[in-house]
Design a protein. Structure first.
Length: 251
């Protein structure tokens, strides 16, 4: 029985030793991948650098330097959203990692998240009060926030004015399909109404529009015929044939 217990302890020790060796190898490999990534980064080969940093993260997922370095390579490729995500991971692994806060602040500024960048620079100054770069960038972020706020208010005011003018000029459905001879009331807001005194106008109802048009045309023809007859009578010639044609074929 004692021999079995001793054998079990021996196997457990061997397993722990194997785990330790495997973990050590992974940590060493992560360091190798980080150094290779740094070499590629310095050479300007950012894609290869990102690949090496990724392999390093797989070997050592608890190393905050690796995602922070990959974020830097992503920033060189202007992939600021992905870089911000890597900075988030680095800060989660090490909440005191100043470089990760600074890089995230840069990403946020590029993404126009000035408030978030301002928070990051304030955090840097909490961790390192004498950081001159953070002080300068913090001031810039405050200025950008103020400028962005002013532009936003101006844009909002402009859009509201455009909408108000468009609403005042847009005809109603009834006005767009106005029938001949139909008059609709004009609706205006109090500030749009005329300040001139009102003038009384007498309105006469004429009935159906088609009937009025026909009567007007008939009256015009009769007037024309009368004027023609008077003209012929004045010239001293006989125009009876023309009179018959006029009656037979009215204009």
């Amino acid at each position: 029985m004692a021999e079995l217990d001793e054998k079990d302890r021996s196997e457990e020790d061997e397993d722990e030793e194997d785990d330790f060796l495997q973990e050590s190898r992974l940590l060493q490999q992560a360091t190798v991948e980080k150094e290779r990534g740094n070499d590629y980064f310095r050479a300007g080969n950012y894609d290869s650098a990102i690949e090496r940093y990724t392999r390093g993260i797989e070997c050592d997922p608890n190393n905050a330097v690796l995602p922070a370095n990959r974020a830097m390579a992503l920033m060189k490729k202007s992939q600021f959203a992905a870089a911000e995500t890597d900075c988030n991971l680095a800060i989660e692994l090490d909440p005191t990692y100043i470089k990760a806060f600074q890089r995230r602040a840069t990403c946020r500024a590029k993404l126009k998240n000035y408030a978030g960048a301002k928070d990051d620079y304030e955090r840097v100054l909490e961790l390192e009060p004498g950081n001159k770069l953070a002080k300068a960038e913090l001031k810039k972020m405050e200025e950008m926030m103020e400028k962005s706020s002013s532009v936003s208010k101006a844009d909002s005011f402009g859009e509201n004015m455009k909408a108000a003018f468009a609403a005042s000029k847009t005809p109603t459905t009834n006005e767009q399909k106005l029938e001949p001879g139909v008059i609709l009331p004009v609706k205006k807001l109090p500030h749009q109404r005329s300040k001139k005194p009102l003038r009384r106008i007498q309105v006469q109802e004429v009935g159906d529009v088609d009937v009025v048009v026909q009567e007007t045309q008939r009256a015009e023809v009769n007037n024309h015929q009368t004027e023609t007859r008077h003209t012929w009578a004045d010239d001293g010639h006989d125009h009876d044939g023309f009179h018959e044609q006029l009656v037979k074929y009215p204009y």
